[in-house]
Design a protein around this ligand. Structure first.
Ligand SMILES: O=C(CO)[C@H](O)[C@H](O)COP(=O)(O)O
Length: 230
């Protein structure tokens, strides 16, 4: 049984106090920090880059999970790895040479993740799973926080869980399954029951008031996951 991780998405944090927000949410119980990078090209929004990652890195020792919603990908891998990323995840839809980019990320001694948009088939995972440390299934179309979970993603999460379990039983290689977009206390149990083990939540956590609010939100999420019976 894998450990469950909750990764608050900084997209919904107060950008004027990012370091403090990181510290507060980790003290409130976050397992990881999810760092959303958007380029106004692959997605219609623009966020933060390696210099911001470098600035927040001293505020926490937990893993920072960088989600690159950018195209092209490769030129940004080194700068984010050097700025302190523990995980770098990129989109299959944004990359022509997935196998090469996975190898590039791992060459920095960090974990490599592959993200799929809601409409992208799981067959993108074929032939590269041996180089993947995490699959990120988007449950909204990427670009903005606060969107509604797309319900057709639930059977996709179930199907991905089957693929990853099969891969693990054949090779012993464990791959995390992260879900991102519209994750709330009200639906997290069904997402966990479908097979996710890593949960990105932005507005559901940072939409609460201060550290106590963040703590309560994550506690409720863990309670709900516990009730899902996984
Ligand atoms: O990658 C993202 C959007 O592209 C965000 O991580 C995601 O949407 C989290 O925000 P919320 O929990 O509010 O949906």
């Amino acid at each position: 049984m894998k450990k469950i991780f909750i990764a608050p998405s900084l997209l919904s944090a107060d950008f004027a106090r990012l370091g403090e927000e990181v510290k507060d949410v980790v003290e409130a119980g976050a397992d990881w920090i999810h760092f959303d990078v958007m380029d106004n090209h692959f997605v219609p929004n623009l966020t933060i880059g390696p210099c911001v990652l470098k600035a927040i890195r001293p505020y926490t020792a937990v893993d920072i999970d960088v989600h690159l919603m950018v195209e092209p990908v490769d030129a940004l891998v080194g700068p984010f790895a050097e700025a302190g990323a523990n995980w770098i995840t990129f989109h299959a839809e944004a990359c022509r040479h997935i196998d090469r980019t996975l190898q590039l990320i791992r060459s920095f001694g960090i974990h490599a993740g592959l993200a799929l948009n809601p409409a992208t088939p799981l067959s993108c995972l074929d032939y590269v799973l041996d180089k993947v440390d995490m699959v990120l299934l988007m449950s909204v179309n990427p670009g903005f926080g606060g969107q509604k979970f797309i319900s057709s993603c639930l059977p996709k999460i179930k199907a991905a869980r089957k693929v990853l379990n099969q891969h693990e039983s054949e090779t012993g290689h464990m791959i995390r399954l992260e879900v991102d977009g519209g994750v709330k206390t009200a639906n997290i149990a069904s997402i966990a029951a479908a097979g996710a083990d890593t949960f990105v939540a932005g507005s559901a956590i940072f939409g609460q008031k201060g550290k106590d609010g963040y703590r309560q939100a994550m506690r409720s999420m863990r309670d709900e996951i516990g009730k899902s019976g996984i």
